[in-house]
Design a protein around this ligand. Structure first.
Ligand code: SFD
Ligand code: AMP
Length: 627
């Protein structure tokens, strides 16, 4: 076995991940841990200041309820999420996040985040729920607060340690094993409770950006399905694994559209000039009641554009020039004021990208796009797994303790595995939490995890033989490479192993062609999904033959094994749900209609660590009474 040093870390609470949810867990848990003399340890595969989806920053806070200003109620937010997810959401979780999210946003402001305010000192809204921010340093500010909280409570932070496997004792999570991405060290974390918050997944599907564009995607390439893998391997029940998210974005550099639709009130049109949301309005009747209520769900907005693409009416365009002209029109009688307004709108248009998707600004510059002069191409991205945005995939977690919810088995946000908590993209069916709601949910999970430790946290029982087996399994690709690499003159061509890139390309091809990726125009069917399962079984066998020349490649190997598990959970759940509920995310051609009678429910799955078998179950949707 490769000669790595083993570092053992004992802690009370282990936090896996360093993004928005993990920072929320850390901030809250450290406070309660200090009061109770407990230790909190956080481990991130990257560096907290710039890790996760918010690495580049963001230009808006997408969840703010605004209760103090009487703008909205938490019940309004529950209705909004129910509508956007076509009726399938865990309303207890959504409500719990909604009632905590405003205080999280106020904390962000206290920590130094600049939220735009108007001349009356009120927050500037992008849309009903969204606030505009100067967000280039958003992640640094939120990470700083988490780091301070952990330091103040005497905890520890490990950066650049990639977590692979959970440590389990029966149906209890007792820690995690991972390795340093810089040094020859393997880490064994032993914990009384663990919070998983390692984001969602990208590159499970073949991206649009291949070749020279590879690595560019809307979702950050460094979130690779670690949360789904971790919870699945621990034996946790998962939910909404079929609910992938496909955002519409500016094409090829994935610049967000929210500010264009909501703030600039822009239209999106086909090459013929028809606004698909108007031209194809009739189609929405087929998806009643959700298609007929406002706001129209994100997947249906996508779908209407996709119908134009299928009809050969592409490319699709965002009418940026028209939107800017309309906004400046009010100043047309005063040339000086008009010029000033135009400059301001141009600056906002560029800043929207420079705050969070810098490469879109590069692409605009490279292709001579001036948003005030010329419209710009938009397209549906490849599918992503991001339970915190408009997708919903994640672990099935226990509801809030003070609510009369049918989904409750103990501590808030605990998965069905004892001592394992999940938040952000790692927890499912509570969409539209975004950055602020993920942090709020992290705080909820962090507080509950400390309560669990205080009330029930026993010293973890850890089987040394199991730990040794996990270590050997993690390092096996390095050993395999050393054993066989000299047998061929070109080390990347070898009958005894495959490298991560070959493995990932195969996974992406399977998912793209059979499971409704870009190439298949987001369509799939029972027959295609069954074929995907056959091919995934071969891929799983071949995962035992992955080889890595160095630590960098070892990380890539495990990232792609994790993606494969996310892909398998996805294919199995799309097969299970015999209807099309979210056209625009995926379309099952053999069951092309929504079936409220049989499928107005959650589709859950669980991989049983003892038998290696998958179980699929339906769970009822519960609506908060009176909401
Ligand atoms: O609108 C391991 N999001 C937006 N939210 C907003 O509030 N406003 C916006 O303007 C947003 N936009 C946006 C958004 C996302 C993306 C990708 C873009 C634009 C381009 C959504 C939020 O970003 C999202 O909801 C939260 O970040 C979710 O939080 P969380 O904690 O679930 O995920 P994370 O922040 O990505 O953090 C993941 C962490 O896990 C680490 N990690 N650590 C150890 N071991 C492993 N194996 C690990 N695998 C991953 C990561 O390093 C990271 O620290 S808009 O344009 O759409
Ligand atoms: P996006 O940039 O697409 O991630 O959008 C940012 C926020 O605006 C999210 O909360 C979206 O759900 C919302 N949003 C984007 N476009 C629209 C639209 N056309 N109608 C309603 N809400 C939208």
């Amino acid at each position: 076995m490769a000669n790595f040093e083993t570092v053992e870390v004992k802690t009370d609470l282990l936090i896996v991940g360093g993004g928005f949810a993990a920072c929320g867990v850390a901030t809250e848990a450290a406070y309660w841990a200090k009061k109770n003399g407990l230790k909190v340890t956080l481990v991130d595969k990257a560096a907290l200041d710039r890790s996760g989806a918010v690495a580049m920053g963001l230009s808006a806070i997408n969840q703010y309820v605004g209760v103090k200003d009487g703008e909205n109620t938490c019940e309004d937010y529950v209705r909004y999420v129910r509508q956007d997810l076509m009726g399938i959401s865990r309303e207890d979780l959504v409500y719990n996040i909604a009632r905590h999210v405003d205080s999280t946003v106020h904390l962000f402001e206290k920590w130094g985040l600049k939220i735009w305010t108007d001349e009356n000192g009120k927050y500037v809204h992008e849309g009903r729920w969204q606030l505009m921010i100067n967000g280039e340093s958003y992640k640094i500010i939120i990470a700083e607060a988490a780091k301070n909280a952990i330091a103040d409570a005497g905890g520890e932070i490990y950066e650049r340690v990639f977590i692979v496997e959970p440590l389990v004792d029966g149906n209890k999570c007792v820690g995690a094993v991972g390795f340093s991405t810089r040094e020859e060290k393997i880490y064994v974390f032993k914990a009384k409770a663990t919070a998983i918050a390692a984001g969602g997944a990208v590159h499970v599907f073949r991206p649009r950006s291949v070749g020279e564009g590879f690595g560019r995607s809307w979702y950050p390439p460094f979130n690779t399905g670690s949360s789904a893998y971790f919870t699945l391997k621990a034996g946790a029940e998962m939910t909404c694994q079929e609910v992938r998210f496909i955002p519409v974005r500016f094409k090829d550099a994935y610049g967000p559209v929210g500010a264009w639709f909501l703030l600039f009130k822009s239209r999106a049109v086909s090459a013929e000039g028809g606004e698909y949301m108007a031209v194809r309005k009739e189609e929405l009747n087929n998806w009643a009641p959700y298609g007929l209520a406002k706001p129209i769900p994100a997947n249906l907005r996508n779908y209407l554009g996709m119908l134009d693409m299928d009809a050969g009416l592409g490319p699709l365009y965002m009418e940026t020039d028209e939107a800017i002209a309309k906004l400046a029109d009010a100043y047309k009688d005063d040339p000086k004021a008009f010029k000033k307004k135009m400059k301001e709108l141009e600056a906002e248009a560029w800043e929207d990208f420079l705050d969070m998707t810098i490469s879109q600004a590069h692409l605009w510059a490279a292709q001579n796009v001036k948003p005030e002069e010329k419209h710009s191409e938009i397209a549906a991205c490849e599918p992503y797994f991001i339970g915190s945005h408009s997708g919903a995939s994640g672990a099935w977690v226990s509801g809030p303790e003070d609510m009369d919810t049918p989904y409750k088995w103990g501590y808030a946000n605990m998965t069905t595995v004892e001592g394992l908590f999940a938040a952000g993209d790692a927890s499912g069916a509570s969409s539209h939490k975004f950055s602020s709601g993920s942090h709020a949910e992290g705080r909820i999970a962090g507080k509950a995890a400390i309560k669990y430790i205080v009330e029930k946290g026993a010293e973890p029982t850890i089987d040394a033989a199991k730990v040794d087996a996990i270590k050997a399994k993690i390092l096996a690709p390095l050993d395999r490479y050393q054993e066989f690499c000299k047998l061929t003159t070109a080390p990347e061509i070898n009958p005894n192993y495959l490298l991560w890139r070959q493995f990932m390309d195969r996974l992406q091809k399977i998912m793209d062609e059979y499971a409704g990726g870009v190439t298949a125009a987001f369509k799939t069917s029972k027959a295609n999904l069954e074929r995907a399962m056959e091919l995934l079984a071969f891929l799983k066998e071949d995962s035992e033959k992955l080889a890595a020349a160095d630590i960098y490649s070892l990380e890539r190997c495990w990232e792609n094994v994790q993606r494969m598990w996310q892909g398998e959970a996805h294919v199995r759940t799309m097969l299970f749900r015999e209807e099309t509920r979210w056209p625009g995310y995926y379309f099952r051609s053999d069951t092309p209609k929504m079936d409220e009678e049989n499928w107005h429910c959650f589709a859950n799955c669980r991989w049983d660590p003892a038998s290696g078998e998958w179980e699929m179950t339906k769970k009822d949707v519960w609506n908060i009474p009176g909401v």
